[in-house]
Each structure stands twice: as structure tokens, then as C-alpha cells.
Design a protein around this ligand. Structure first.
Ligand code: SF4
Length: 380
């Protein structure tokens, strides 16, 4: 059966569950965002305007390292660069800056999680979360508006796919989280990033990787690659491409089911890439990169939390260097499932099989921290 959300795609589907082409980059808008340009592209634009490419360094630093939103304030820019910016950046000019507007914000009662609903230039809204735990601060960003993957327990999946985000729209979320952190905790740095907000990152591969180039650059936002986690629902070609491209980020794979039936009931994407294909891709990834894979498992009462399921999962992962993250279910209005109370027994089975297995902290359930929940609530 074609899942409901996939019905919403056009015949030229952008959904890898139908066409095996992950990473179709969104067309650059006109005018273009300066945040969409890689360093070499900024050099090219300057050269094309007869400005020395040497000035790209200062502009790149202002955009990504400093997160400057008003480039006219940069008094130390060279006169040629100032002239180019004056002629090229602004309303009705060739370039603009990505600076999404905050249209809603909520805080968890413990004050550790802040969630933002951000409006993009075309009026679409996405969610970004800033989480602070144990002295570490982590941004969780979206990679698409909506999502085509249709996981039944997820508010974004229930929304359907709208469009991919551009690199600049992904970068701008991290810059926003960092700006907020600078105000709330001026002594802290934003050190961690997870791509677990709205959307499937490997479905928007090219834009995500371009954004991560700027985010992980020491001359850019400077979040270390090993502190960046890409979370995928299991897009097999994307996982293999990550490995082949030798991308230095952490990979988290959402499994949620230990049999095809168990998984298919929660994740329509399993109809395209079944468990055996997905686990084969994970093994290939591990072999090529030598890196541990993080397995994400949302525990749902009566659906995937039995001792037999835990045992089957341990068997499935046998020989794989994997760390299992158990995630308490965030309730959504579109899914009748409830959070499991059998998590500790589940964890013990996996640990007994030799796997590191931990619970993810519930990060601000009272601010609807599961992706898509703030937008869904606002939409209502
Ligand atoms: S859990 Fe992730 S991949 Fe699944 S529908 Fe939600 S946003 Fe998409």
C-alpha cells in the first residue's frame, strides 16, 4: 500500500521511497541567499564583479563565524567589499541573508529546552530546538518542511512533505540557536548538532552536506564533525553515499522494528528498503568508515517493546558496532500508541548481548519537543 503521505507527491516524485534519487537539491531561488554559497562560490561571485576573491574570507567569517545579520555594520570590511555588498545584497538585489523570523517559542518547565517555530521567506514554518543538558548545548534542526517518510508516530510525518530546505535555511537555524545561547548562557558554546528536526536529512542530501560544510568549518560555525549527528529513517542509497563520500559525521539510524511487519506498521519507508537491505547498508557503512552506528528505537507499548523483540534486535545487530538509543514515545494527536513501560527490561536484554544501550533523555516533552508538534499545535 502506498502510504498516505506519499500519495501527496507529484508524479516527478521527490521521495526516495519511490525513485531512489536521494538528495535532489532544491533549485536556488532568485535572488539567492548568501548563506547558500560555499566559500568557493563567494570567491567566484566577487571575481565576477571584479572584486578580489581575497575578500571572501572576511565575508565568510562575518556570515558564518560571527553570524552577522547586518553586513553594513562591518566597518572593517574593505571599500571594494563594501561597495559590492551595497550593490548586491538587499531587497530587490541579487542576494539576501537567511534570517528566519521567530513566530512562536516555548520553553520547557525546567528551562533546559527552548523550541522555536521559524518562518521562512516563503511563509513556510519549521522547528528548531536548543537543548541544554549536563553543561552541553545541542541544536536540533530541520532539513525539510514537512516530511515524506510518514512515520506513523511522528507529527511531521502526519503533516506530509512540503519542500526541501536550502543550505542557508539549515545554517540559519544553527545561527539562531547560537544567538539565543549567547544571550541565555554567554559563557557557553554551542558544541553539538543533531539533524533530528522536521524532515529526513538524507532525502535532502546535497543541501544538508553543503550546510554541514559551513557548520563544521573552523572558519565557520565550528561545530566539530564528530559532534554532528545525522539521523535517518533508513534511506539505503544515502547511507552508502555518506560512507563513499567519507563524511565525518555520526550516523543514527531509526529502526523501531525487529521484523518487517513490526517495522512496516510504524515506518512506511520500509516498503522501499526492507530490514535486510538496511542492515546490509549499515554493515557496509561500518566497514568503510570504521565508525560506530547509533540505532534509534522509539519504545511503543505493545508494538515494539517485548522481550522477544529485544532478543530479535540483538540478533539482527550481531557483529555490528552499534550503540542503541532507546527513545520514550512523544505522544502526538495523530497516533494512538502509548509510551512503553518495559524499557528497562528491553535495555537489559540488549546490554546482556553486549551492546551499549542508553535512554535518550526526554527533552522538554512539555514544550512538544517531538518534531512537528509545535507547528501542528499552532496549525490547529
Ligand atoms: S520521524 Fe523523521 S523521518 Fe519519520 S516522518 Fe518524522 S521527520 Fe520524517
Amino acid at each position: 500500500m502506498i502510504p498516505k503521505t506519499l500519495h501527496h507527491q507529484s508524479s516527478e516524485s521527490c521521495c526516495p521511497a519511490r525513485d531512489e534519487q536521494p538528495g535532489i537539491a532544491p533549485a536556488p531561488p532568485s535572488p539567492r541567499s548568501l548563506h547558500d554559497l560555499g566559500f568557493a562560490e563567494i570567491e567566484d561571485e566577487l571575481r565576477a564583479a571584479s572584486v578580489s576573491a581575497h575578500h571572501a574570507k572576511a565575508l565568510w567569517r562575518a556570515l558564518h563565524h560571527d553570524g552577522e545579520l547586518d553586513l553594513t555594520r562591518r566597518d572593517h570590511f574593505s571599500p571594494p567589499l563594501k561597495r559590492w555588498l551595497h550593490a548586491s545584497v538587499g531587497e530587490d538585489k541579487a542576494f539576501f541573508l537567511d534570517a528566519p523570523e521567530v513566530v512562536d517559542e516555548s520553553h520547557s518547565s525546567d528551562g533546559l529546552t527552548r523550541k522555536f517555530l521559524l518562518r521562512l521567506r516563503d511563509g513556510q514554518a519549521i522547528e528548531t530546538v536548543l537543548m541544554g543538558y549536563d553543561g552541553r548545548h545541542t541544536a536540533c534542526v530541520s532539513t525539510q518542511v514537512g516530511c515524506a517518510m510518514g512515520c506513523v508516530f511522528c507529527a511531521t510525518g502526519q503533516m506530509g512533505f512540503v519542500r526541501h530546505l536550502r543550505p542557508g535555511e539549515i545554517i540559519a537555524q544553527v545561527l539562531h540557536a547560537r544567538r539565543v545561547l549567547q544571550v541565555t548562557h554567554p559563557d557557553r558554546r554551542l558544541r553539538n548538532l543533531v539533524l533530528m528536526g522536521m524532515g529526513e536529512p538524507l532525502h535532502n542530501y546535497d543541501s544538508v552536506m553543503q550546510a554541514l560544510d559551513a557548520i563544521s568549518s573552523v572558519r565557520g560555525i565550528n561545530i566539530g564533525p564528530s559532534r554532528i549527528s545525522i539521523s535517518t529513517v533508513g534511506i539505503v542509497p544515502g547511507i552508502l553515499r555518506l560512507a563513499a563520500d567519507a563524511r565525518p559525521y555520526r550516523l543514527a539510524v531509526s529502526l523501531h522494528g525487529s521484523t518487517e511487519a513490526e517495522r512496516a506498521a510504524l515506518m512506511p519507508v520500509s516498503a522501499r528498503w526492507d530490514l535486510s537491505a538496511l542492515l546490509a547498508a549499515c554493515r557496509t557503512y561500518g566497514t568503510i568508515t570504521g565508525r560506530r552506528i547509533f540505532i534509534e528505537w522509539t519504545l511503543i507499548a505493545g508494538r515494539n517493546d517485548s522481550p522477544a523483540t529485544a532478543k530479535r534486535l540483538a540478533d539482527l545487530l550481531h557483529g555490528l558496532d552499534a550503540h542503541i538509543n532507546l527513545i520514550p514515545l512523544n505522544p502526538t494527536s495523530g497516533f494512538a500508541g502509548t509510551a512503553s513501560t518495559a524499557g528497562h527490561a528491553f535495555q537489559r536484554t540488549l546490554q546482556a548481548a553486549g551492546f551499549p544501550c542508553t535512554f535518550r533523555q526526554r527533552r522538554g516533552i512539555d514544550v512538544a519537543a517531538g518534531c512537528g508538534q509545535l507547528q501542528t499545535a499552532r496549525g490547529k
